[in-house]
Design a protein around this ligand. Structure first.
Ligand code: SF4
Length: 261
């Protein structure tokens, strides 16, 4: 579920924060590489504004998805793996049937692999199901059935890369970990009007995702970022007029948003 709406404050246009802001907000520099205290302070204002406006929008417009009503790391993990290569509307019935069939990680670990693959039938990319089964055994054997709460341990599980780990750990434990799926790459690339294809600037996009996620709102912020990419900042005809980031978005302000996919 989306969080309750925070106090709304007007978005500060970038140019009124600091006329030189694009020099660093939209540069490849990381926060730790920035210069004067004044510049750092202005940058923080913009980051705060981006966070606040996106979270406010999410409070009003966030999608109500079945896994968002849960805090069970097992269920959230299943949803994240199903969503890796499959659309939300397809995943929803599979997710619900999966939890009926394998309600716990112990149940999944103990299941016959043919039953696991049968429950996955129709979703495709069966390596995902095989890895879920293998990882469930690891969680039961090494973590007494508790999903690990650290990035390092989560990344060591079969079938979990950095963005899936960030998605699971932020949703389950509210950790401020970045994500960078296809939608998020496009949103961030447009925010900074990235001049190269996103696939050629992954370090820079990870840095942005990491800088933006608030220390205390990892869960809601990452869900909001995914929703922005799925519902407004779409590849074609993005809904920029309704977007909470339109005051800050460099691609929109330059009119080049549809050139960045
Ligand atoms: S203003 Fe448009 S291009 Fe920029 S983030 Fe929002 S929807 Fe995407």
């Amino acid at each position: 579920m989306a969080s309750s709406r925070q106090t709304t404050q007007p978005i500060t246009p970038l140019d009124s924060v600091d006329p030189h802001l694009p020099n660093f907000l939209w540069s490849s520099d990381r926060a730790t590489e920035l210069g004067s205290p004044e510049v750092l302070d202005s940058r923080q204002q913009v980051l705060d504004s981006l966070r606040r406006s996106l979270l406010d929008w999410y409070g009003d417009c966030g999608r109500d998805l079945p896994w968002r009503r849960l805090r069970d790391p097992y269920a959230i993990w299943i949803s994240e793996i199903m969503l890796q290569q499959t659309q939300v509307k397809t995943v929803i019935p599979y997710f619900q049937r999966w939890l009926d069939r394998f309600p716990t990680v112990e149940g999944l670990a103990a299941a016959d692999q043919q039953d696991v693959l049968k429950a996955w039938e129709g979703l495709g990319y069966y390596a995902r199901a095989r890895n879920l089964h293998k990882a469930a055994k690891v969680i039961v054997e090494q973590y007494q059935g508790q999903f690990p709460e650290t990035l390092e341990a989560t990344l060591a599980l079969p079938g979990i890369g950095r963005t899936t780990a960030g998605g699971i750990l932020s949703a389950a434990f509210n950790l401020p970990l970045p994500i960078l799926d296809g939608n998020v790459k496009r949103v961030l690339a447009r925010l900074i009007a990235l001049e190269v294809p996103p696939a050629k600037a992954l370090d820079r996009l990870w840095s942005w995702s990491e800088a933006l996620v608030p220390p205390d709102r990892g869960r809601d912020f990452n869900q909001a970022l995914m929703d922005l990419g799925a519902t407004l900042c779409t590849p074609h005809n993005p809904g920029c007029l309704l977007c909470p980031w339109n005051a800050h978005c460099k691609a929109y302000n330059l009119g080049v948003q549809t050139k960045i996919l």
